[in-house]
Design a protein around this ligand. Structure first.
Ligand code: GLP
Length: 241
């Protein structure tokens, strides 16, 4: 895994945006995998800026989001559907019909997951996947567990993730305790992966990510088996490596 160490979140955003820009220049009809959470926000701000300056064109891009809470309504301001439109899609020229986000209201979540994988496969796979990482090493919502799932699936969130993410909901009870997520097979099939990480609260997860041991206790550690991963992080997140 390559690493780029930056001084702050804005620098992380700019460095990650350079990689997205190069990808879109190489292939204007790229299939991009987007992530949510606070970590990619500076990247999305940089992409919006580049798009406003006409240096980026999303008109031929197709997107697949990594995960979504379940159950959750799209209009809930904590849904990842809402997050993506609010933080990126409404501000760039991506076509609505080219945006794919797992449906947190699907009556048949297993069918929803299967159809999502089939659509990604049919489109030729994700060219560039953007990731963050959870404090417990989760990527997407692939939580530490005895076994990890390859395919897109429904997952029960761990206490650690509920604690970390419930701050965004009015009460912990309002936070969905399950989610739909791309599996580790789906993530690893992406041709190129970037991981954006900031803050000292992620330093332990980063240490585990870089210790070269692959284990289900840290789903992100599987990225060591991919041949094109760039981790972009700030000094605080890198303080234990
Ligand atoms: C969330 C998301 C992940 C994200 C992670 C870290 O639960 N499902 O995709 O990478 O947790 O979030 P943050 O960047 O806010 O720390």
């Amino acid at each position: 895994m390559k690493k780029i160490i930056c001084n702050n979140r804005e620098e992380i955003g700019k460095a990650a945006a350079e990689i997205v820009l190069a990808q879109m220049k190489r292939k204007p009809d790229s299939i991009l995998g987007f992530a949510t959470g606070s970590s990619p926000i500076p990247l999305y701000n940089s992409l919006i800026e580049l798009c406003k300056k006409s240096e980026l064109d999303f008109s031929r891009v197709t997107s697949f989001n990594l995960d979504e809470y379940y159950p959750i309504k799209r209009e809930n301001d904590q849904s990842y559907y809402y997050f993506m439109w609010d933080n990126l899609f409404s501000h760039v020229n991506i076509k609505r019909e080219n945006v794919n986000i797992l449906n947190g209201e699907a009556a048949d979540p297993a069918g929803e997951c299967r159809a999502y994988d089939e659509k990604i496969e049919k489109m030729g796979g994700i060219d560039l996947q953007i990731l963050g990482i959870g404090h417990n090493g989760h990527i997407g919502f692939n939580e530490p567990a005895e076994f990890l799932s390859a395919d897109t699936h429904m997952v029960t969130l761990t206490e650690s993730t509920i604690k970390a993410n419930s701050i965004y909901f009015k009460t912990e009870d309002e936070m969905p305790k399950s989610a739909l997520t791309l599996g580790l097979g789906g993530i690893m099939k992406a041709k190129k992966i970037i991981v954006v990480i900031n803050g000292s609260s992620k330093a332990q997860a980063v240490r585990r990510l870089f210790d070269r041991r692959v284990g289900t206790d840290c789903p992100g550690s599987i990225l060591n088996l991919h041949n094109d991963v760039t981790v972009i992080l700030d000094n605080e997140a890198a303080e234990l490596i």
